[in-house]
Write a protein that binds this ligand. Structure first.
Ligand SMILES: Cc1cc2nc3c(=O)[nH]c(=O)nc-3n(C[C@H](O)[C@H](O)[C@H](O)COP(=O)(O)OP(=O)(O)OC[C@H]3O[C@@H](n4cnc5c(N)ncnc54)[C@H](O)[C@@H]3O)c2cc1C
Length: 474
Protein backbone atom coordinates (compact mmCIF):
# COMPACT_ATOMS: atom_id res chain seq x y z
CA UNK A 1 0.00 0.00 0.00
CA UNK A 2 1.42 3.42 -0.93
CA UNK A 3 2.14 5.93 1.81
CA UNK A 4 -0.03 9.01 2.45
CA UNK A 5 1.96 12.16 1.65
CA UNK A 6 1.33 15.05 4.04
CA UNK A 7 2.01 18.75 3.38
CA UNK A 8 1.37 21.99 5.22
CA UNK A 9 -0.18 23.63 2.16
CA UNK A 10 -1.72 22.30 -1.03
CA UNK A 11 -2.36 24.56 -4.01
CA UNK A 12 -4.79 23.19 -6.57
CA UNK A 13 -3.89 24.65 -9.96
CA UNK A 14 -0.40 25.82 -10.90
CA UNK A 15 -1.17 28.49 -13.49
CA UNK A 16 0.34 31.89 -12.83
CA UNK A 17 -1.92 32.51 -9.79
CA UNK A 18 -1.35 29.20 -7.97
CA UNK A 19 2.37 29.27 -8.78
CA UNK A 20 2.66 32.82 -7.43
CA UNK A 21 1.00 31.76 -4.14
CA UNK A 22 3.51 28.89 -3.82
CA UNK A 23 6.41 31.20 -4.67
CA UNK A 24 5.50 33.81 -2.04
CA UNK A 25 4.75 31.16 0.58
CA UNK A 26 8.11 29.49 0.04
CA UNK A 27 9.74 32.85 0.79
CA UNK A 28 7.50 33.73 3.74
CA UNK A 29 7.67 30.27 5.36
CA UNK A 30 10.91 28.58 4.34
CA UNK A 31 10.23 25.44 6.35
CA UNK A 32 6.63 24.92 5.25
CA UNK A 33 5.98 21.98 2.93
CA UNK A 34 4.08 23.06 -0.18
CA UNK A 35 2.55 20.91 -2.89
CA UNK A 36 1.07 22.25 -6.13
CA UNK A 37 -1.23 20.05 -8.23
CA UNK A 38 -0.99 21.00 -11.87
CA UNK A 39 -1.30 18.61 -14.83
CA UNK A 40 0.81 20.84 -17.11
CA UNK A 41 4.55 20.22 -17.40
CA UNK A 42 5.54 23.38 -15.57
CA UNK A 43 4.24 25.78 -12.93
CA UNK A 44 3.50 29.42 -13.70
CA UNK A 45 1.99 29.13 -17.19
CA UNK A 46 -1.59 27.96 -16.88
CA UNK A 47 -4.18 28.54 -19.54
CA UNK A 48 -2.91 32.00 -20.42
CA UNK A 49 0.86 31.50 -20.69
CA UNK A 50 1.35 27.81 -21.44
CA UNK A 51 0.68 28.76 -25.02
CA UNK A 52 2.97 27.87 -27.91
CA UNK A 53 1.17 30.04 -30.50
CA UNK A 54 3.64 32.76 -31.59
CA UNK A 55 0.73 35.03 -32.58
CA UNK A 56 -0.40 35.27 -28.95
CA UNK A 57 1.12 38.10 -26.96
CA UNK A 58 0.69 39.44 -23.46
CA UNK A 59 -1.92 42.17 -23.67
CA UNK A 60 -0.39 44.65 -21.24
CA UNK A 61 3.19 45.95 -21.51
CA UNK A 62 5.94 43.79 -19.97
CA UNK A 63 6.67 46.55 -17.46
CA UNK A 64 3.28 45.89 -15.81
CA UNK A 65 3.44 42.10 -15.66
CA UNK A 66 5.37 41.14 -12.54
CA UNK A 67 5.53 38.21 -10.16
CA UNK A 68 6.64 40.62 -7.45
CA UNK A 69 3.97 43.20 -6.52
CA UNK A 70 5.60 46.61 -6.13
CA UNK A 71 8.45 45.73 -8.50
CA UNK A 72 6.89 46.47 -11.90
CA UNK A 73 10.16 46.08 -13.77
CA UNK A 74 10.83 42.51 -12.55
CA UNK A 75 9.73 40.75 -15.76
CA UNK A 76 11.33 43.36 -18.04
CA UNK A 77 14.65 42.91 -16.21
CA UNK A 78 14.31 39.13 -16.54
CA UNK A 79 13.82 39.60 -20.29
CA UNK A 80 16.96 41.71 -20.44
CA UNK A 81 19.02 39.35 -18.28
CA UNK A 82 18.02 36.13 -20.04
CA UNK A 83 17.73 37.44 -23.59
CA UNK A 84 14.32 35.76 -23.81
CA UNK A 85 12.34 37.26 -26.66
CA UNK A 86 15.41 38.45 -28.58
CA UNK A 87 14.45 36.10 -31.42
CA UNK A 88 11.10 37.91 -31.75
CA UNK A 89 11.42 40.73 -34.32
CA UNK A 90 8.00 42.16 -33.45
CA UNK A 91 8.34 42.22 -29.65
CA UNK A 92 8.17 46.04 -29.49
CA UNK A 93 4.69 47.50 -30.00
CA UNK A 94 4.18 50.75 -31.87
CA UNK A 95 3.75 52.48 -28.47
CA UNK A 96 7.38 51.59 -27.71
CA UNK A 97 6.58 49.02 -25.00
CA UNK A 98 7.50 45.33 -25.01
CA UNK A 99 4.69 42.83 -25.64
CA UNK A 100 6.42 39.43 -25.62
CA UNK A 101 4.72 36.25 -26.70
CA UNK A 102 2.63 34.70 -23.95
CA UNK A 103 4.88 31.61 -23.88
CA UNK A 104 7.78 33.86 -22.82
CA UNK A 105 5.83 35.07 -19.81
CA UNK A 106 5.13 31.41 -18.99
CA UNK A 107 8.87 30.72 -19.03
CA UNK A 108 9.41 33.66 -16.68
CA UNK A 109 6.94 32.17 -14.18
CA UNK A 110 8.50 28.71 -14.50
CA UNK A 111 12.03 30.06 -14.07
CA UNK A 112 11.06 31.28 -10.59
CA UNK A 113 9.35 28.07 -9.54
CA UNK A 114 11.84 25.57 -10.95
CA UNK A 115 14.61 26.38 -8.43
CA UNK A 116 12.12 25.94 -5.56
CA UNK A 117 11.08 22.57 -6.99
CA UNK A 118 14.69 21.46 -7.41
CA UNK A 119 15.45 22.53 -3.82
CA UNK A 120 12.52 20.46 -2.55
CA UNK A 121 10.76 23.56 -1.22
CA UNK A 122 7.79 23.12 -3.58
CA UNK A 123 6.52 19.76 -4.84
CA UNK A 124 4.86 19.68 -8.25
CA UNK A 125 2.39 16.81 -8.69
CA UNK A 126 1.59 16.60 -12.41
CA UNK A 127 -2.00 15.51 -12.09
CA UNK A 128 -5.51 16.89 -11.87
CA UNK A 129 -7.18 16.89 -8.50
CA UNK A 130 -10.27 14.70 -8.68
CA UNK A 131 -11.55 15.10 -5.14
CA UNK A 132 -10.93 17.24 -2.10
CA UNK A 133 -12.48 16.27 1.25
CA UNK A 134 -12.11 17.24 4.84
CA UNK A 135 -11.08 14.28 6.98
CA UNK A 136 -9.59 14.13 10.52
CA UNK A 137 -9.03 17.89 10.62
CA UNK A 138 -7.05 17.88 7.35
CA UNK A 139 -7.71 18.16 3.65
CA UNK A 140 -7.56 14.88 1.81
CA UNK A 141 -6.69 15.33 -1.87
CA UNK A 142 -7.00 12.63 -4.47
CA UNK A 143 -5.73 12.64 -8.04
CA UNK A 144 -7.51 9.39 -8.81
CA UNK A 145 -4.41 7.23 -8.57
CA UNK A 146 -2.32 6.22 -5.57
CA UNK A 147 -2.90 7.12 -1.95
CA UNK A 148 -4.49 10.48 -1.18
CA UNK A 149 -2.40 13.48 -0.17
CA UNK A 150 -3.04 15.37 3.05
CA UNK A 151 -2.75 19.11 3.67
CA UNK A 152 -3.58 21.40 6.57
CA UNK A 153 -4.47 24.32 4.33
CA UNK A 154 -5.65 24.25 0.72
CA UNK A 155 -5.70 27.06 -1.84
CA UNK A 156 -7.96 26.75 -4.88
CA UNK A 157 -6.51 28.30 -8.05
CA UNK A 158 -8.14 26.41 -10.92
CA UNK A 159 -9.42 29.57 -12.51
CA UNK A 160 -10.48 29.29 -16.13
CA UNK A 161 -12.92 26.57 -17.25
CA UNK A 162 -13.52 25.83 -20.93
CA UNK A 163 -15.97 28.14 -22.74
CA UNK A 164 -19.63 27.27 -22.82
CA UNK A 165 -20.97 27.01 -26.37
CA UNK A 166 -24.09 29.10 -27.11
CA UNK A 167 -27.10 26.72 -26.71
CA UNK A 168 -28.08 27.19 -30.38
CA UNK A 169 -24.90 25.37 -31.42
CA UNK A 170 -26.38 22.14 -30.05
CA UNK A 171 -28.40 22.08 -33.33
CA UNK A 172 -25.17 21.19 -35.13
CA UNK A 173 -24.34 18.23 -32.88
CA UNK A 174 -20.67 17.29 -32.69
CA UNK A 175 -19.79 18.77 -36.08
CA UNK A 176 -15.96 18.75 -36.44
CA UNK A 177 -16.11 22.07 -38.32
CA UNK A 178 -17.08 23.75 -35.05
CA UNK A 179 -14.19 24.69 -32.75
CA UNK A 180 -15.53 24.81 -29.20
CA UNK A 181 -12.31 25.53 -27.30
CA UNK A 182 -9.68 27.57 -29.11
CA UNK A 183 -7.04 26.74 -26.51
CA UNK A 184 -7.32 22.99 -27.06
CA UNK A 185 -4.26 21.57 -28.86
CA UNK A 186 -4.41 22.00 -32.66
CA UNK A 187 -7.79 23.76 -32.39
CA UNK A 188 -7.12 25.88 -35.50
CA UNK A 189 -5.17 23.44 -37.63
CA UNK A 190 -6.63 22.29 -40.95
CA UNK A 191 -8.54 25.54 -41.63
CA UNK A 192 -7.95 26.25 -45.32
CA UNK A 193 -6.55 29.69 -46.23
CA UNK A 194 -9.71 30.75 -48.07
CA UNK A 195 -12.23 29.32 -45.59
CA UNK A 196 -15.15 31.58 -44.59
CA UNK A 197 -14.93 31.63 -40.80
CA UNK A 198 -17.63 32.73 -38.37
CA UNK A 199 -16.34 33.61 -34.90
CA UNK A 200 -18.87 33.75 -32.07
CA UNK A 201 -17.63 36.42 -29.67
CA UNK A 202 -15.75 39.66 -30.39
CA UNK A 203 -13.44 40.07 -27.37
CA UNK A 204 -9.84 39.15 -26.60
CA UNK A 205 -10.11 35.52 -27.69
CA UNK A 206 -11.56 36.60 -31.04
CA UNK A 207 -8.54 38.90 -31.45
CA UNK A 208 -6.19 35.99 -30.67
CA UNK A 209 -7.96 33.73 -33.17
CA UNK A 210 -7.78 36.31 -35.97
CA UNK A 211 -4.06 36.85 -35.24
CA UNK A 212 -3.46 33.07 -35.30
CA UNK A 213 -5.39 32.53 -38.53
CA UNK A 214 -3.64 35.45 -40.16
CA UNK A 215 -0.24 34.11 -39.12
CA UNK A 216 -1.01 30.68 -40.52
CA UNK A 217 -1.79 32.22 -43.93
CA UNK A 218 -5.57 32.47 -43.78
CA UNK A 219 -6.86 35.26 -46.04
CA UNK A 220 -10.54 34.30 -46.39
CA UNK A 221 -13.46 36.21 -44.91
CA UNK A 222 -13.91 36.27 -41.14
CA UNK A 223 -17.20 37.41 -39.62
CA UNK A 224 -17.12 37.95 -35.85
CA UNK A 225 -20.52 38.11 -34.16
CA UNK A 226 -21.63 39.24 -30.73
CA UNK A 227 -24.81 40.83 -29.45
CA UNK A 228 -23.34 44.32 -29.23
CA UNK A 229 -20.50 43.86 -31.71
CA UNK A 230 -17.99 45.48 -29.36
CA UNK A 231 -14.37 44.76 -30.18
CA UNK A 232 -11.62 44.89 -27.52
CA UNK A 233 -9.81 48.22 -27.69
CA UNK A 234 -6.10 48.84 -28.10
CA UNK A 235 -3.72 50.75 -25.85
CA UNK A 236 -3.32 54.53 -25.83
CA UNK A 237 -0.81 55.88 -28.33
CA UNK A 238 1.24 57.35 -25.49
CA UNK A 239 1.48 56.38 -21.82
CA UNK A 240 -0.35 58.56 -19.27
CA UNK A 241 -0.94 58.38 -15.54
CA UNK A 242 -4.36 57.18 -14.27
CA UNK A 243 -6.81 60.09 -13.98
CA UNK A 244 -9.69 60.41 -11.50
CA UNK A 245 -10.59 59.57 -7.91
CA UNK A 246 -13.16 56.79 -7.49
CA UNK A 247 -12.20 55.65 -4.01
CA UNK A 248 -15.41 56.86 -2.41
CA UNK A 249 -18.33 55.86 -4.63
CA UNK A 250 -21.58 57.53 -3.72
CA UNK A 251 -24.45 55.03 -4.00
CA UNK A 252 -26.51 54.23 -5.96
CA UNK A 253 -24.64 52.72 -8.91
CA UNK A 254 -26.11 55.33 -11.29
CA UNK A 255 -24.34 58.14 -9.34
CA UNK A 256 -21.10 56.26 -9.59
CA UNK A 257 -21.48 55.81 -13.34
CA UNK A 258 -22.27 59.51 -13.70
CA UNK A 259 -19.01 60.26 -11.91
CA UNK A 260 -17.08 58.08 -14.36
CA UNK A 261 -18.75 59.82 -17.32
CA UNK A 262 -17.99 63.25 -15.86
CA UNK A 263 -14.34 62.27 -15.31
CA UNK A 264 -14.14 61.09 -18.92
CA UNK A 265 -15.29 64.57 -20.04
CA UNK A 266 -12.73 66.25 -17.76
CA UNK A 267 -9.96 64.01 -19.11
CA UNK A 268 -11.01 64.79 -22.67
CA UNK A 269 -10.91 68.53 -21.96
CA UNK A 270 -7.35 68.11 -20.68
CA UNK A 271 -6.33 66.22 -23.80
CA UNK A 272 -6.13 62.87 -21.97
CA UNK A 273 -7.55 59.71 -23.53
CA UNK A 274 -10.23 57.54 -21.92
CA UNK A 275 -7.50 55.00 -21.12
CA UNK A 276 -6.31 57.13 -18.17
CA UNK A 277 -9.79 57.18 -16.61
CA UNK A 278 -10.38 53.45 -17.07
CA UNK A 279 -6.93 52.79 -15.61
CA UNK A 280 -7.87 54.85 -12.55
CA UNK A 281 -11.14 52.92 -12.12
CA UNK A 282 -9.27 49.63 -12.48
CA UNK A 283 -6.48 50.65 -10.09
CA UNK A 284 -8.95 51.78 -7.41
CA UNK A 285 -11.54 49.02 -7.94
CA UNK A 286 -10.39 46.96 -4.98
CA UNK A 287 -10.91 50.03 -2.75
CA UNK A 288 -14.36 51.09 -3.99
CA UNK A 289 -15.90 47.74 -4.90
CA UNK A 290 -16.49 46.66 -1.30
CA UNK A 291 -18.18 50.00 -0.56
CA UNK A 292 -20.93 49.31 -3.12
CA UNK A 293 -23.98 47.33 -2.01
CA UNK A 294 -24.41 43.80 -3.46
CA UNK A 295 -27.37 45.21 -5.43
CA UNK A 296 -25.27 47.98 -6.97
CA UNK A 297 -22.46 45.52 -7.69
CA UNK A 298 -24.94 43.26 -9.42
CA UNK A 299 -26.38 46.13 -11.50
CA UNK A 300 -22.91 47.18 -12.58
CA UNK A 301 -21.97 43.63 -13.60
CA UNK A 302 -25.24 43.13 -15.44
CA UNK A 303 -25.34 46.38 -17.40
CA UNK A 304 -21.74 47.48 -17.65
CA UNK A 305 -19.55 44.43 -17.79
CA UNK A 306 -19.63 44.07 -21.53
CA UNK A 307 -18.45 47.70 -21.98
CA UNK A 308 -15.95 47.40 -19.13
CA UNK A 309 -14.37 44.28 -20.58
CA UNK A 310 -13.62 45.78 -24.00
CA UNK A 311 -12.08 48.94 -22.53
CA UNK A 312 -10.30 47.36 -19.59
CA UNK A 313 -8.81 44.32 -21.34
CA UNK A 314 -6.84 45.74 -24.23
CA UNK A 315 -5.11 44.01 -27.04
CA UNK A 316 -1.41 44.22 -27.82
CA UNK A 317 -0.63 46.74 -30.61
CA UNK A 318 0.78 43.96 -32.79
CA UNK A 319 -2.55 42.09 -32.61
CA UNK A 320 -4.54 45.30 -33.05
CA UNK A 321 -2.57 45.99 -36.25
CA UNK A 322 -3.67 42.62 -37.66
CA UNK A 323 -7.31 43.34 -36.81
CA UNK A 324 -7.13 46.83 -38.33
CA UNK A 325 -5.47 45.56 -41.50
CA UNK A 326 -8.04 42.81 -41.97
CA UNK A 327 -10.89 45.21 -41.26
CA UNK A 328 -9.54 47.72 -43.79
CA UNK A 329 -9.20 45.01 -46.46
CA UNK A 330 -12.74 43.82 -45.76
CA UNK A 331 -11.64 40.33 -44.70
CA UNK A 332 -12.76 40.93 -41.10
CA UNK A 333 -16.25 42.15 -40.28
CA UNK A 334 -17.61 42.57 -36.76
CA UNK A 335 -21.40 42.26 -36.54
CA UNK A 336 -23.71 43.27 -33.71
CA UNK A 337 -26.15 40.42 -34.06
CA UNK A 338 -27.66 37.52 -32.18
CA UNK A 339 -27.32 33.91 -33.19
CA UNK A 340 -30.65 32.46 -34.26
CA UNK A 341 -29.88 29.05 -35.78
CA UNK A 342 -27.05 26.85 -36.96
CA UNK A 343 -27.74 24.43 -39.83
CA UNK A 344 -24.95 22.16 -40.98
CA UNK A 345 -25.04 20.47 -44.38
CA UNK A 346 -22.43 18.66 -46.43
CA UNK A 347 -20.84 21.85 -47.81
CA UNK A 348 -21.33 24.51 -45.14
CA UNK A 349 -22.65 25.37 -41.75
CA UNK A 350 -25.36 27.94 -42.31
CA UNK A 351 -25.18 30.43 -39.44
CA UNK A 352 -28.41 32.42 -39.15
CA UNK A 353 -28.14 35.76 -37.34
CA UNK A 354 -30.39 38.71 -36.60
CA UNK A 355 -28.65 42.09 -36.64
CA UNK A 356 -29.12 44.22 -33.55
CA UNK A 357 -32.26 46.34 -33.81
CA UNK A 358 -33.49 44.58 -36.99
CA UNK A 359 -36.05 41.90 -37.67
CA UNK A 360 -34.70 40.34 -40.86
CA UNK A 361 -32.52 37.28 -40.69
CA UNK A 362 -29.22 36.86 -42.46
CA UNK A 363 -27.54 33.57 -43.32
CA UNK A 364 -23.77 33.18 -43.47
CA UNK A 365 -22.45 30.05 -45.18
CA UNK A 366 -19.53 29.25 -42.89
CA UNK A 367 -16.80 26.71 -43.55
CA UNK A 368 -15.81 26.91 -39.90
CA UNK A 369 -17.46 28.19 -36.73
CA UNK A 370 -15.21 29.13 -33.82
CA UNK A 371 -16.50 29.79 -30.29
CA UNK A 372 -14.68 32.59 -28.43
CA UNK A 373 -17.26 33.50 -25.83
CA UNK A 374 -14.75 33.13 -22.97
CA UNK A 375 -14.44 30.82 -19.97
CA UNK A 376 -17.74 29.76 -18.35
CA UNK A 377 -16.96 31.19 -14.90
CA UNK A 378 -20.65 31.47 -14.06
CA UNK A 379 -20.84 27.67 -14.07
CA UNK A 380 -17.57 27.12 -12.26
CA UNK A 381 -18.94 24.81 -9.56
CA UNK A 382 -20.20 22.31 -12.12
CA UNK A 383 -17.16 22.43 -14.40
CA UNK A 384 -15.03 20.08 -12.29
CA UNK A 385 -15.93 17.02 -10.19
CA UNK A 386 -13.86 18.21 -7.22
CA UNK A 387 -15.60 21.61 -7.13
CA UNK A 388 -19.02 20.02 -7.61
CA UNK A 389 -18.35 17.70 -4.65
CA UNK A 390 -17.10 20.56 -2.43
CA UNK A 391 -20.22 22.51 -3.33
CA UNK A 392 -22.52 19.52 -2.67
CA UNK A 393 -20.87 19.12 0.73
CA UNK A 394 -21.66 22.79 1.44
CA UNK A 395 -17.97 23.72 1.77
CA UNK A 396 -17.99 26.26 -1.08
CA UNK A 397 -20.71 28.33 -2.74
CA UNK A 398 -21.07 30.36 -5.91
CA UNK A 399 -20.67 34.10 -5.36
CA UNK A 400 -23.62 36.50 -5.62
CA UNK A 401 -22.53 37.83 -9.03
CA UNK A 402 -22.00 34.57 -10.90
CA UNK A 403 -18.29 35.29 -11.39
CA UNK A 404 -16.75 32.55 -9.27
CA UNK A 405 -16.56 31.32 -5.66
CA UNK A 406 -17.79 33.28 -2.61
CA UNK A 407 -14.96 34.34 -0.28
CA UNK A 408 -14.55 36.67 2.70
CA UNK A 409 -12.20 39.66 2.86
CA UNK A 410 -9.31 37.29 3.69
CA UNK A 411 -10.03 35.18 0.57
CA UNK A 412 -11.31 32.26 2.67
CA UNK A 413 -14.01 30.27 0.88
CA UNK A 414 -17.47 30.77 2.37
CA UNK A 415 -19.50 27.65 3.09
CA UNK A 416 -23.24 27.14 2.64
CA UNK A 417 -23.83 29.01 5.94
CA UNK A 418 -21.86 31.98 4.65
CA UNK A 419 -18.98 31.41 7.08
CA UNK A 420 -15.33 30.56 6.40
CA UNK A 421 -15.56 27.40 8.55
CA UNK A 422 -12.14 26.79 10.10
CA UNK A 423 -10.65 29.12 7.46
CA UNK A 424 -8.31 26.55 5.90
CA UNK A 425 -9.76 26.65 2.38
CA UNK A 426 -8.81 29.74 0.37
CA UNK A 427 -9.32 30.93 -3.20
CA UNK A 428 -6.55 32.67 -5.16
CA UNK A 429 -7.05 34.69 -8.31
CA UNK A 430 -9.98 35.62 -10.54
CA UNK A 431 -12.46 33.17 -9.00
CA UNK A 432 -12.49 35.47 -5.93
CA UNK A 433 -13.26 38.61 -7.94
CA UNK A 434 -16.85 39.13 -6.83
CA UNK A 435 -15.42 40.12 -3.43
CA UNK A 436 -12.61 42.31 -4.72
CA UNK A 437 -13.94 43.80 -7.94
CA UNK A 438 -11.19 43.94 -10.52
CA UNK A 439 -9.19 40.71 -10.22
CA UNK A 440 -8.57 39.29 -13.68
CA UNK A 441 -5.56 41.07 -15.15
CA UNK A 442 -2.13 39.86 -14.20
CA UNK A 443 -1.16 42.83 -11.98
CA UNK A 444 -4.15 42.21 -9.70
CA UNK A 445 -3.76 38.41 -9.81
CA UNK A 446 -0.14 38.87 -8.72
CA UNK A 447 -1.07 41.19 -5.82
CA UNK A 448 -3.85 38.85 -4.74
CA UNK A 449 -1.48 35.85 -4.75
CA UNK A 450 0.79 37.68 -2.32
CA UNK A 451 -2.16 38.54 -0.05
CA UNK A 452 -3.34 34.92 -0.06
CA UNK A 453 0.19 33.73 0.74
CA UNK A 454 0.33 36.19 3.65
CA UNK A 455 -3.04 34.95 4.93
CA UNK A 456 -1.87 31.32 4.73
CA UNK A 457 1.36 32.26 6.46
CA UNK A 458 -0.66 33.88 9.23
CA UNK A 459 -2.77 30.72 9.59
CA UNK A 460 0.36 28.61 9.86
CA UNK A 461 1.71 30.85 12.57
CA UNK A 462 -0.77 29.46 15.06
CA UNK A 463 0.27 25.90 14.37
CA UNK A 464 3.99 25.57 14.91
CA UNK A 465 5.41 26.29 11.46
CA UNK A 466 6.44 29.81 12.47
CA UNK A 467 8.47 28.37 15.32
CA UNK A 468 10.25 26.01 12.91
CA UNK A 469 11.06 28.95 10.65
CA UNK A 470 12.51 30.92 13.56
CA UNK A 471 14.76 27.95 14.47
CA UNK A 472 15.96 27.67 10.86
CA UNK A 473 16.80 31.35 10.61
CA UNK A 474 18.78 31.21 13.87
C1 LIG B 1 -6.08 33.11 -22.81
C2 LIG B 1 -5.83 34.13 -21.73
C3 LIG B 1 -4.86 35.11 -21.91
C4 LIG B 1 -4.63 36.06 -20.93
N1 LIG B 1 -3.66 37.01 -21.13
C5 LIG B 1 -3.45 37.95 -20.20
C6 LIG B 1 -2.43 38.96 -20.40
O1 LIG B 1 -1.74 38.97 -21.41
N2 LIG B 1 -2.28 39.91 -19.44
C7 LIG B 1 -3.05 39.91 -18.31
O2 LIG B 1 -2.88 40.81 -17.46
N3 LIG B 1 -3.98 38.96 -18.08
C8 LIG B 1 -4.19 37.99 -19.00
N4 LIG B 1 -5.14 37.02 -18.77
C9 LIG B 1 -5.86 37.01 -17.50
C10 LIG B 1 -5.46 35.82 -16.59
O3 LIG B 1 -6.65 35.50 -15.91
C11 LIG B 1 -4.44 36.08 -15.54
O4 LIG B 1 -3.37 36.80 -16.08
C12 LIG B 1 -3.84 34.80 -14.92
O5 LIG B 1 -3.11 34.11 -15.90
C13 LIG B 1 -4.80 33.86 -14.25
O6 LIG B 1 -4.03 32.76 -13.77
P1 LIG B 1 -4.61 31.60 -12.90
O7 LIG B 1 -3.46 30.78 -12.45
O8 LIG B 1 -5.49 32.16 -11.84
O9 LIG B 1 -5.57 30.78 -13.88
P2 LIG B 1 -5.33 29.69 -15.02
O10 LIG B 1 -4.38 30.20 -16.03
O11 LIG B 1 -6.68 29.28 -15.47
O12 LIG B 1 -4.63 28.46 -14.29
C14 LIG B 1 -5.34 27.46 -13.63
C15 LIG B 1 -4.56 26.18 -13.69
O13 LIG B 1 -5.28 25.19 -12.97
C16 LIG B 1 -5.06 23.94 -13.58
N5 LIG B 1 -6.16 23.06 -13.18
C17 LIG B 1 -7.46 23.11 -13.55
N6 LIG B 1 -8.17 22.15 -12.93
C18 LIG B 1 -7.30 21.48 -12.14
C19 LIG B 1 -7.44 20.40 -11.23
N7 LIG B 1 -8.61 19.80 -11.02
N8 LIG B 1 -6.34 19.96 -10.57
C20 LIG B 1 -5.12 20.56 -10.76
N9 LIG B 1 -4.94 21.61 -11.61
C21 LIG B 1 -6.02 22.06 -12.29
C22 LIG B 1 -5.05 24.25 -15.06
O14 LIG B 1 -4.31 23.27 -15.78
C23 LIG B 1 -4.38 25.63 -15.10
O15 LIG B 1 -3.00 25.53 -15.40
C24 LIG B 1 -5.39 36.04 -19.74
C25 LIG B 1 -6.37 35.06 -19.56
C26 LIG B 1 -6.58 34.12 -20.54
C27 LIG B 1 -7.64 33.07 -20.32
Amino acid sequence: MSEIRAFDIAVVGGGFGGAAVAYHLARLRPSASIVVFEPRDFLGGGLAYDDADPAHRINVPATRMSLIPGDDGHFARWLEATGAGRDDPDIIGRDGFLYPRRAVFGRYGASHLDPLIRAGRVTHIKARVQSLDRAHGQWSISTGSGAPFRARITVLATTHPAPEAPPVLAQAGADPRIVGDTLAPDALTGISPDAQVVILGTGLTMADVVASLDRQGHTGPIIAVSRRGLRSRGHATSAAEPFGDFTDPAPPASQFLRKIRQTLHEANALGLSWHSVIDAVRGQAQVFWGKLSPRDQSRIVKHLRVYWDVHRFRIAPQVEDVLNRRTASGSLRVLAASLVAVKPDARHIDVVVRRRGQQTLETIAADRVIVTTGPAHHKILSTQPYLAALSAAGRITADHLGLGIAVDADSRALDAQGTPGDGTLLVAGPLARARFGELMGLPQVSEHALRVAEEVSHLLETSGVAARDALEVN
